[in-house]
Design a protein around this ligand. Structure first.
Ligand code: C2O
Length: 566
């Protein structure tokens, strides 16, 4: 077996070399076998995994954007995607096949994104729980039509699901850096990537339906009426059904926005209240700066997963775990990146995430004035670019700067309010009593048991800046999903009421490909200004931070407080 597949591989490489040599002499544009259009053709013909054979570090291997990126390797520049830098995903135990997810190769160059015609009808995305049966029937039909397309069609449901795997499981490498997996999660690309992904998914659906105004429904798990799986997804006869979901979470079970693996025993009413507190913390308290909400900078040459924004950790990750089937090895489908897009509920889930991005920009502007920065201005963010196939199966290069304004993309959200806007969580009296008996902690520390650390607050700067607790050097085991909680001024954290104010932040990962012994290295941030005000600790010189492991192996490199302006 091994011998014959090896022989096949050698044959393919031979074919590749022959074609590459021919290409170099024949085609005027192809100065080397790495030149853009030529190697695409060859790759499309041979089916080889591009990054094993392309010319790593060769600056000629890219179109303009990628060119730039490889020149500036390690010293910044935007992240640029290139189809030829997609190969096998990183290894993962027991994936549900097929575990192979590059976007289809094409012989034509990607076209640059252009905005839709402003005369196009505005698509109104509505909440699934009240979108009405006609609207939901359209989504059902769209998914059925996508599932009926041949697997080779980039618009098929199969290929659409694979897009998520390609960008999130180590299949794509950074152009020019075969050693660096391109991972859009836990970075400032999280929101723009998913916006673009849904934008094209929606337009493909509209085209197949012959309904130019078609809009995705969204799963509004943050508002009480939407806090359960919408009924249409639970009908085994529907194309929206997926058997790989947690059987305990079928409707009318209320979703738990802090779910990891254990069922809570709250009443529906308590669960709903707690969910609203979680939303307030993640959308308001902890999200006062673009980087806190959107995620940490990720430049060309950087290693993956510098740090997620608030909403990505929770409720985004937690709702992936809540929806997936916990009895599957990697919580497939929804609970792990490579397979999440296979569940038709993924798209309404992410429409809600996208709606929260839009809501956050609006909240920031209305509470802090129109001058408030809601986007990064770093050109490396604005110029980072990703590839998608559009409704006509053309490959399109989308830059983050194209994805900032939903109005320009001709869609909007309607139908639900923001009931968590003022749901400021309550404090718990008498949870901070043991403050004088702190042992000192030597970092890095393995978080096997809860640790409490006294962290000194630096002198505040003269200008108003956000005070941020940074949990740095987090090393979380890839092979499991990992959770720890961060409490502030709550030595007796187990007495904090569920969802209470002292629970300042929650860190959650899904399983990552990369092999048993691998760890993901990342960081986490918790905003302190509103929190310390609520805890009556605004004038203290230090705070007690308690890190509480909930699941999985994790090491913490250190804790510090910094003032951040953006
Ligand atoms: Cu890209 Cu919800 O994960």
């Amino acid at each position: 077996m091994a011998g014959s597949s090896c022989a096949l591989q050698s044959l393919r490489i031979l074919v590749f070399c022959a074609l590459a040599a021919a290409a170099t002499t024949i085609a005027p544009r192809a100065m080397s076998p790495c030149a853009y259009s030529m190697s695409r053709t060859i790759l499309a013909v041979t089916g080889l995994d591009p990054y094993f054979i392309t010319c790593a570090g060769d600056a000629s291997l890219s179109d303009d954007g990628a060119d730039d990126a490889s020149k500036k390797a390690g010293s910044g520049g935007p992240i640029v995607t290139d189809l030829r830098w997609c190969g096998k995903p990183d290894p993962l135990k027991h994936p549900a096949p097929p575990f192979q997810c590059c976007q289809p190769m094409t012989t034509s160059e990607p076209v640059n994104f252009t905005f839709p015609d402003p005369a196009e009808p505005l698509r109104t995305r509505r909440p699934a729980h009240e979108a009405g049966s006609e609207h939901m029937a359209k989504y059902r039909r769209a998914v059925a039509l996508m599932k009926a397309l041949p697997r080779s069609d980039p618009r098929s449901f199969y290929q659409q699901a694979n897009v998520h795997c390609a960008y999130c499981s180590g299949a794509y490498r950074q152009a020019g850096h075969p050693e660096l997996p391109l991972q859009i999660h836990f970075t400032w690309l999280f929101f723009p990537f998913h916006r673009a992904y849904l934008y094209f998914f929606e337009r493909i659906a509209a085209k197949l339906l012959g309904d130019p105004g078609f809009a995705l429904p969204f799963w509004s798990w943050d508002v009480p009426e939407g806090m359960r799986i919408p009924d249409e997804f639970a009908d085994p006869a529907s194309p929206l059904y997926n058997a790989r979901r947690n059987p305990r979470h079928l409707p009318p079970k209320v979703n738990d926005l802090e779910f990891l693996d254990a069922e809570s025993n709250y009443t529906d009413e308590q669960q709903i209240q707690r969910n609203l507190w979680v939303m307030h913390k993640q959308m308001i308290t902890n999200a006062r700066l673009p980087s806190l909400f959107l995620g940490q900078p990720y430049h060309a040459g950087d290693s993956a997963m510098p740090g997620a924004g608030t909403v990505e950790l929770c409720p985004h990750n937690t709702m992936h775990l809540w929806a997936g089937d916990i009895s599957n090895p990697n919580v497939e489908d929804m609970g792990v990146y490579y397979s999440a897009g296979r569940d038709p509920i993924f798209y309404p889930h992410h429409a809600n995430i996208d709606r929260l991005w839009d809501a956050w920009r609006h909240i920031m502007r209305t509470t802090n004035g129109n001058q408030t920065k809601v986007d990064f201005t770093d050109p490396d963010w604005l110029d980072s670019s990703l590839l998608f196939y559009d409704e006509d199966a053309r490959l399109v290069r989308v830059a983050v700067r194209d994805m900032l304004d939903v109005g320009k993309l001709r869609y909007t959200y309607d139908g639900v309010g923001l009931p968590w806007l003022n749901a400021r969580p309550p404090t718990s009296p008498g949870v901070n009593s043991k403050r004088n008996h702190l042992k000192s902690v030597a970092f890095p520390v393995s978080l096997d048991v809860a640790v409490t650390v006294e962290v000194t607050r630096p002198q505040p700067p003269r200008s108003r800046q956000e005070e941020v607790l940074v949990v740095e050097g987090i090393e979380a085991n890839n092979a499991d999903y990992v959770k720890f909680d961060v409490y502030v001024n709550a030595m007796e954290y187990h007495k904090v009421r569920p969802g209470g104010r002292e629970l300042a932040g929650t860190f959650v990962t899904l399983k990552q490909p990369g092999g048993e012994r691998d760890t993901m290295k990342t960081s986490m941030r918790v905003a302190l200004s509103e929190l310390l005000e609520d805890l009556g600790a605004g004038r203290d010189n230090n705070i007690a931070v308690t890190l509480v492991p909930v699941r999985g192996k994790v090491r913490i490199g250190g804790l510090r407080i910094e003032y951040v302006a953006e």
